[in-house]
Ligand binder design. Structure first.
Ligand code: SF4
Length: 501
């Protein structure tokens, strides 16, 4: 039996039928529009041509119509199924939903040596072992981990400084590996650490279990030490030594770094990128400040608005392209994720670019006290006294977490395609929903996109990258395409962006 499209899509036509689409006039050229399909295929075209298209004024043999058809924006042959290829593409883009959460973060200690004033964690002094994950909670958390259906599990250890409770890192890893003898899942271990206190014994353990290490490096020494103070003012030296030791033991690709941008950082995009190059790093994450934890308290001093971040990012992107043109490959992680959304058919696991939201649907956090959260931001909210997004504790089965009021809130506000403003936005097939950030910033999980920092940043980044791609030389285009191709290839996108040490 032939598939018959719903009446809504079978509008009267001059030989072709429109499929559901959204469009946006390009801010840098008001005579052109970005047009996207339900499944995220897109093109840019002259506005006048677009108007003729939606009025059914194009000739069915017009090559523009063939292009529109290839991107699931129109159907020319009315005898053939209109929606099957579109739906297949849609399923491909949302395939991440099928497995359930793949990223499982164990917060093994809140203790830390640093006193970073941008810290989004409710860090504690190194002597306060009461803020370590205990053996009973760790054992239960591993049991819960295997209740999730995902065949691929990334187990990430975070803090505070997780090496301050290495005993529990070891115990959890060994328990997971033993249980996996029968479970046969694909496992990946990650540690987000300053790398300052790595011992030979720890490195040997990480080598055995093929750990990836993620650390924070904010740029050159003056900037890193200013952003990440220690009483001895030696954070930069110790981080660089940790990176070198990690590389020697685990291999060049096993260590990644990310930078958190303070107001001071915004003045130095070139210096930050050059520092990464000097250290032989081929990827950088230019991560804006968090709004949680200590970062919320010091926002006045360290903070900046989205326009300032985007201006910084524009400068950074130009410098990164120049570095790549000079023969040294280096990508920016978030740009790579956005470009892969724009230029590829697949969706990926990064929480801000998933709809339904990645919180709880893509990631789960097991906190030091046995409480469980759908995202790090939910954990931070709880640390600030608001338990609205707490799923429960490790003593409860996963089914109870899924039935929790927190998951209901996330489901109600976590589908971008159904949110006010997003539902009409041409970028929505590649964007995501972030109900917890909107709840935290605007007091409402659905939020108000016209005044939302999240939306300004997402839209600004899509515009910036699209404009740069559209106007790029052949060489720059190839660089940007290589970033899209490499996005998440050997790195969990969640880990690449969210693993803050
Ligand atoms: S958050 Fe903003 S950019 Fe993203 S889909 Fe919604 S309206 Fe568009």
């Amino acid at each position: 039996m032939k598939f018959r499209p719903p009446e809504a899509f079978a509008a009267s036509s001059q030989g072709y039928r429109l499929l559901p689409l959204r469009f946006r006039r390009l801010p840098w050229n008001r005579d052109r529009v970005f047009v996207s399909s339900l499944a995220g295929d897109w093109l840019t075209m002259e506005r006048a041509m677009f108007e003729r298209f939606v009025r059914h004024e194009l000739d069915p043999t017009d090559p523009v119509l063939a292009d529109l058809q290839a991107r699931h924006l129109a159907v020319v042959d009315l005898q053939r199924s209109a929606l099957a290829p579109l739906l297949s593409q849609y399923r491909t883009r949302k395939a991440y939903l099928l497995g359930g959460p793949a990223l499982h973060i164990f917060v093994v200690s809140l203790r830390c040596h640093h006193t970073c004033n941008y810290c989004q964690v409710s860090r504690q002094q190194t002597s306060k072992t009461a803020f370590d994950l205990g053996a009973d909670a760790a054992r239960l958390a591993v049991d819960r981990l295997f209740e999730w259906p995902s065949q691929e599990l990334t187990i990430e250890f975070q803090g505070g400084e997780p090496l301050l409770n290495f005993e529990q890192v070891r115990a959890i890893t060994e328990r997971v590996v033993a249980r996996n003898e029968t479970e046969k899942r694909s496992l990946r271990f990650v540690l987000a650490s300053t790398l300052h206190d790595l011992t030979d014994e720890q490195l040997a353990f990480f080598q055995t279990h093929r750990f990836k290490l993620s650390t924070s490096l904010d740029g050159p020494e003056w900037l890193h030490n200013a952003n990440r103070p220690r009483p001895e003012r030696d954070s930069y030296r110790r981080t660089v030594e940790g990176i070198e030791r990690g590389r020697k033991a685990l291999g060049e690709d096993a260590i990644s770094a990310l930078t958190t941008l303070t107001k001071r950082s915004l003045e130095a995009p070139e210096a930050i990128i050059d520092e990464y190059r000097r250290l032989g790093l081929h990827s950088i994450s230019l991560r804006p400040l968090s709004h949680y934890g200590f970062a919320a308290k010091t926002r006045e001093r360290n903070g900046y608005d989205t326009a300032a971040f985007l201006a910084f990012y524009d400068r950074a992107l130009e410098h990164l392209l120049a570095v790549n043109r000079s023969g040294y490959s280096m990508d920016e992680t978030f740009a790579s994720l956005l470009l892969s959304q724009l230029l590829g058919p697949f969706g990926h696991g990064y929480v801000d670019l998933r709809s339904p939201t990645g919180a709880g649907f893509g990631a789960v956090i097991y906190d030091y006290d046995g409480q469980v959260y759908p995202s790090d931001e939910a954990r931070m909210l709880a640390a600030m006294g608001d338990n609205s997004f707490s799923l429960g504790n490790v003593g409860q089965p996963v089914s109870e977490w899924l039935a929790s009021p927190a998951m209901h809130r996330l489901m109600a506000a976590g589908v971008a395609e159904s949110l006010p403003t997003c539902s009409d936005c041409a970028y929505v097939p590649m964007c995501g929903a972030d109900p917890i950030e909107h709840y935290a910033r605007q007091g409402d999980a659905i939020g108000h996109r016209p005044t939302s920092d999240f939306c300004s940043r997402q839209m600004g980044m899509f515009d910036l990258l699209l404009q740069r791609y559209e106007t790029a030389s052949v060489a720059d285009r190839q660089i940007l395409e290589s970033w899209a191709l490499g996005a998440g290839a050997d790195e969990s996108p969640e880990v690449a962006l969210d693993a803050a040490a």
